[in-house]
Design a binder for this molecule. Structure first.
Ligand code: UD1
Length: 426
């Protein structure tokens, strides 16, 4: 298994291009199932999860072609053509690797009238049920049965528009409801919808495909079903979690870096906190520029929340920054249980963190020291890389396949701005 070796203590300087958003790209790919015409996506990130989703789509009979590629099976542009749906079965083996693959359920059901999709696996961050997805589909007239770890859904006469009020905000369930509603008969109103920018991105792509959707970015989304959708060409939005991660990298390692393609509005709560902690930030024509000159960051508190709150997907990275802060930071995780798996690993580097329930108290230390650590999930792994940038000596991050699921060419991007980071293949 590959590992990453980092020698800490080198400030960063230069530019980092931000790739397309994983959490948008995967759903846009699933949306290709909604139409018999080709969907062309550009700005697709080069990630293991994207390759896994492409394989899953192929298993349904979708034609997948790289349109902008390096000739070695990697690309930034793809054409997905679901002329007919040959199979609507997503096996446990396919879905367990990545929770987002569950998002094929709604488009398969909406277009094909039936689907059998394994219950998901994905990151080991606590129980992650799919009850809200299933209730939304049932409200639209689908019959849903759970059997041997599979969801078997059917809607022979087609889905019907419905009023769906989610009891709490779920990104995935909002996307399921929105995709299903595009081809349902009549109007669907989704109440307490998630407002994450990736949902807006999916909505805009669906609109480009002929869907009738209003209220994107608000907590009430309305969809007027249409008989069929058409093909489109769409550029995936920039990855706000990747942008936020590199913003934190500058805050922790110091230096001067411009994040090309990053959008301030997508990560405003993070940028405000980084400013409070002592990083200079300004918007540029091409993205966001960050500057930080030595010294320890100030401790600030965070509580994760649905958008526009502080994203749970940046909690581990922000905690890495707080391990070297001046003072104590209180970090509260409200979205997922068991999302503090990075805590013991950061502890191996000398961090002082105490967890009580959903709260971590991080008492900043003057310095971290490099050590071997183990990546446990996607965002946790990158927090260890960030800590390695500031730790004295060498940090070795093992099990980096988690990183490859969600960070496009991470070592390459960090090395280009002066980090001492190498991948060792085994
Ligand atoms: C998506 C993101 C993930 C991010 C999360 C929250 C993708 C591929 N993943 O995950 O990176 O951390 O949003 O911003 O886009 N829940 C239920 N029942 C359901 C659905 C969700 O109880 O049917 C719970 C979850 O366990 C969790 C909370 O709702 O506690 C929020 O989850 P949700 O917003 O659905 O996250 P995902 O879409 O899985």
């Amino acid at each position: 298994m590959d590992r990453i070796r980092i020698t800490g203590g080198h400030p960063l300087s230069g530019e980092i291009p931000i790739s397309g958003a994983k959490n948008a790209a995967l759903k846009l790919m699933a949306a290709s199932l909604l139409t018999a015409e080709p969907l062309v996506l550009t700005n697709v990130p080069r990630l293991a999860d994207v390759r896994a989703m492409a394989e899953l789509l192929k298993s349904f009979g979708v034609g997948v072609q790289i349109t902008l590629g390096d000739g070695l099976g990697e690309g930034d542009g793809y054409r997905f053509h679901a002329a007919t749906i040959a199979s609507s079965f997503a096996s446990y083996d396919m879905v367990r690797k990545m929770r987002a693959s569950f998002q094929v359920l709604a488009p398969l059901l909406a277009r094909h009238g039936e689907a059998k999709v394994s219950l998901p696996g994905g990151c080991a961050i606590g129980a992650r049920p799919v009850d809200l997805h299933l209730k939304a589909l049932e409200a639209m007239g689908a019959s849903v049965v759970l059997e041997d770890g599979y969801v078997i859904a059917s809607a022979k006469g087609g889905l019907k528009g419905a009023r769906i009020d989610f009891p709490f905000v779920s990104v995935g369930a909002t996307e399921t409801a929105m995709m299903a509603a595009t081809l349902a008969k009549g109007e669907t109103v989704i109440g307490n919808a998630a407002r994450e920018p990736e949902i807006e991105d999916l909505g805009k792509c669906l609109i480009a495909m002929g869907a009738k959707i209003s209220g994107l970015g608000s907590s009430t989304i309305k969809v007027e079903g249409v008989a069929k959708l058409n093909g489109a060409e769409y550029a995936v939005m920039a990855d706000r979690i990747e942008a936020g991660t590199y913003a934190i990298a500058v805050a922790i390692a110091g230096g001067d870096v411009e994040l090309i393609g990053a959008r301030r509005d997508d990560i405003a709560p993070l940028l405000n906190l980084l400013q409070q902690a002592g990083t200079d930030i300004r918007e540029t024509k091409r993205g966001i520029a960050l500057h930080r000159n030595g010294g320890r960051p100030a401790a600030v508190d965070i509580t994760t929340a649905p958008f526009p709150g502080f994203p749970t997907d940046l909690q581990a990275q922000f905690m890495a920054l707080m391990t070297v802060a001046e003072g104590t930071s209180v970090i509260r995780e409200t979205i997922f249980e068991n999302r503090f798996m990075h805590v013991p690993e950061l502890g191996r580097l000398g961090a002082d963190i105490k967890v009580t329930g959903d709260i971590a108290a991080v008492r900043g230390v003057a310095r971290l020291r490099g050590a071997p650590v183990m990546a446990t999930d996607l965002r946790a792994s990158v927090s260890l890389v960030l800590a390695g940038l500031v730790a004295e000596g060498e940090t070795i991050v093992n099990r980096v396949y988690h990183l490859d699921r969600g960070f496009d060419r991470l070592e390459e991007k960090l090395r280009a701005v002066g980090a001492q980071i190498v991948r060792e293949r085994e």
